[in-house]
Design a protein around this ligand. Structure first.
Ligand SMILES: Cc1cc2nc3c(=O)[nH]c(=O)nc-3n(C[C@H](O)[C@H](O)[C@H](O)COP(=O)(O)O)c2cc1C
Length: 301
């Protein structure tokens, strides 16, 4: 009943761990698998080893999380151990990559594709970099160029991850599809935002600003998935604030084929995957749906 497909990849249920939430360590990712995820995404892998920002990097506020982890990465050439251990994982593993230039995206994608992940997600949307993700994810022509150049060197499907922060979301999505993207992931965090500690009168995050995730951004995610579904014919991995089965159904109705679970692991623990799946299944039975395909895009009919 919960089976779905994303760019030809079969998922036993539509819940997918979002990138960056639980890192790249196989030990933790195996727990995600054991707790019922349909697929998992690795933390974004970059060109060189990078520490990321100083603590605090994540803060919870009343309706979500604010983070500026800062793309910490061991660097794509320093993950041999991780790749070896990840081979034991039976559910689809999606690699996520970022680069500081189109050439770096291509170089990393070529290397990572050889590790045979089920798919490569292109993080062209991180807001915690110098230009707040504007470099690749804001303009259709730039996003399209990243996708077409990566596509040329990768044998595995490519899924650009879009930012909700561009006013040209539909155009960016279309450019990605035209450039050969196999699926689209949306959304990355919203922002940047800031939270100030009124005792110290200083921003709490060391980086000062961060991207918003969790329940606060769900309506934005729903609108973005809705807009992307109207624009492209490739599958969508929808994410942003999905915390329970009802949220998952909403994003599926907007047009997603599978749903990312990120900040929900903060609220509900690693069990979030099986809980969201069970709740979704119950709702489907109540509403007379027999499979995920029937739900996808119903808000457009
Ligand atoms: C602590 C943290 C780290 C993240 N790191 C990444 C990352 O490395 N790459 C990426 O593409 N997205 C990253 N994201 C964004 C998430 O993958 C996701 O798109 C976003 O949080 C919205 O989903 P959610 O509301 O379910 O968390 C991160 C989010 C958080 C909260």
């Amino acid at each position: 009943m919960l089976k779905t497909k994303l760019a030809g990849i079969k998922l036993k249920n539509p819940t997918v761990l979002c990138s960056g939430i639980l890192g790249t360590s196989a030990a933790i990712l195996k727990r995600v698998e054991r707790n019922g995820a349909g697929a998992l995404t690795l933390k974004s892998i970059g060109p060189q080893p990078r520490e990321g920002h100083n603590n605090p990097t994540v803060i919870a506020y009343e309706s979500g999380l604010l983070n500026a982890v800062g793309l910490s990465t061991p660097g794509y050439k320093n993950m041999e151990e991780e790749w070896k251990e990840l081979q034991d994982i039976k559910i689809p593993v999606i690699a996520s990559i970022y680069g500081g230039s189109i050439e770096e995206f291509v170089e990393i994608a070529e290397f990572v594709a050889e590790k045979k992940p089920s798919m490569i997600e292109l993080n062209i949307s991180c807001p915690n970099t110098k230009k707040h993700g504007q470099l690749f994810g804001f303009e259709p022509d730039v996003a399209g160029e990243v996708v077409s150049k990566v596509k040329a060197v990768s044998k595995v499907p490519i899924m650009p991850k879009l930012t909700p922060n561009t006013p040209k979301l539909k155009e960016v999505a279309k450019a990605c599809e035209d450039a050969g993207a196999d699926a689209i992931a949306a959304i990355n965090t919203v922002g940047p935002g800031m939270i100030i500690d009124i005792e110290t009168a200083k921003p709490i995050l060391h980086f000062k600003t961060g991207g918003l995730s969790g329940p606060a951004i769900r309506p934005i995610a729903v609108r973005c998935v809705y807009d992307i579904y109207e624009t492209v014919n490739i599958p969508i991995l929808g994410m942003g604030g999905i915390t329970n089965g009802k949220d998952a159904m909403e994003v599926l109705m907007a047009g997603a084929n599978a749903v990312g679970i990120g900040s929900a692991t903060y609220y509900r623990g690693i069990e979030a995957f099986s809980l969201v799946s069970q709740e979704l299944e119950t709702l489907m039975k109540e509403q007379g749906y027999t499979n995920i395909k029937e739900i996808t895009g119903t808000a457009h009919e």
